[in-house]
Design a protein around this ligand. Structure first.
Ligand SMILES: Cc1ncc(COP(=O)(O)O)c(C=O)c1O
Length: 353
């Protein structure tokens, strides 16, 4: 606390990201990073960076990158927005599209950054409870609102909502923006990108941090009709004209060009997720059906998820524990390599008695 802080600075409760340990060798299953490296083509593009491209400012509009993304996703360039991680993209979305005269709606259990942006930008919001089985009840969103945002698959449940339900939300709210945050869509489920030309109120946000193993590069994107993207560009150009550096722009183009690498990494993660799911069930956990690169699992009655989280941490295995209503009995476990998941499954039995 300092006397120089503004009222807003004093009032904020900032988002706390999962731990990024600096020195220890840990089995790190806490922030949903990819367990495999990015395509070698990405590393070659980074290494090929020359002094001139660092001396100059990068292309403020990331034109080549947006063209490559548009071609990859079957869109056109002015339907693509890019930013410094999807967290930055989402921050612009909250400020530029979701701050309206009615409250924003999102699930009571969802990405815990959403209420933080609401506080930062003064966005009124209402959290809509998931059903008892953690599914999204789209009928509960039939109420006055200034917009809707849903992660799909949801985080931290990992559960996916079918496109037919997303269509219902879009149809029921023609004058509100519906944002689908698809950080984990590459691990299962159908992307709402396919609906963009049908709905002028749909914005889809994605990231290269998870399925493309580029969390360290910080690149996220939003897809939507040109009028929505133009709104985001206005916010971006009033905040930071150069959100993506020259290295990131080249590296992402290289990543998109290596489809085989991408498919093989995501297939491995999906296979390990199913193995982890079965392994946890065999230990007595109840595991939510995940289409993401993590699972949310509860060790069951009489077992303290927080204590298990701490005991695992002492053994150098880091998972995520949210001490929050409805999920305080659960652990969120990122799908690592088979070896990392085996290390977790072997460490658990003595902690469950
Ligand atoms: C649902 C969801 N959206 C967005 C993000 C942000 O990802 P990034 O800023 O790395 O693109 C995350 C990160 O964990 C997430 O879980």
């Amino acid at each position: 606390m300092s006397r120089f802080w503004s009222d807003l600075t004093r009032r904020l409760t900032p988002y706390v990201p999962g731990e990024q340990p600096r020195h220890q060798r840990l089995v790190k299953l806490n922030t949903n990073e990819a367990p495999y490296p990015p395509s070698p083509r990405v590393l070659a593009a980074v290494q090929a960076t020359d002094g001139d491209s660092l001396r100059r400012y990068p292309d403020p509009e990331s034109t080549e990158l947006r063209q490559a993304m548009a071609a990859y996703y079957g869109l056109v360039e002015d339907q693509v927005f890019v930013g410094n991680g999807s967290d930055e993209v989402l921050a612009h979305v909250f400020q530029g599209l979701l701050k309206q005269d009615q409250p924003l709606l999102f699930p009571d259990i969802s990405y815990s950054f959403y209420p933080v942006w609401c506080d930062l930008y003064g966005v009124d919001f209402v959290q809509i409870p998931l059903r008892g089985d953690f599914t999204v009840d789209v009928t509960a969103y039939q109420r006055p609102n200034g917009g809707i945002i849903l992660p799909n698959p949801n985080a931290p449940t990992g559960m996916v909502l079918e496109l037919a339900h997303i269509r219902r939300l879009l149809d029921a709210n023609p004058d509100r923006v519906v944002v689908i945050d698809e950080a984990y869509i590459d691990f299962g489920g159908d992307s709402a990108v396919a609906l963009i030309n049908d709905y002028d109120n749909l914005l889809v946000v994605q990231t290269l941090s998870k399925s493309r193993a580029l969390a360290g590069l910080r690149v996220g994107m939003a897809f939507g009709q040109a009028h929505l993207i133009e709104g985001l560009q206005r916010i971006k150009n009033s905040f930071n004209s150069y959100p993506l550096d020259a290295v990131a722009q080249r590296a992402v183009i290289a990543s998109l060009a290596d489809e085989d690498w991408f498919q093989s990494c995501r297939r491995k993660v999906i296979a390990t997720r199913e193995r982890l799911h079965r392994g946890l069930e065999a230990l007595g956990f109840t595991v939510l059906p995940s289409t993401a690169n993590f699972v949310l699992a509860t060790p069951g009655a009489g077992r303290d998820a927080g204590a298990i989280f701490r005991a695992l941490r002492e053994q150098g295995i880091v998972v995520r524990y949210f001490n929050k209503p409805r999920i305080s009995d659960y652990l969120r476990i990122t799908v690592g390599t088979d070896e990392q998941c085996d290390a977790l499954l072997e460490a658990l039995p003595p902690l469950l008695s």
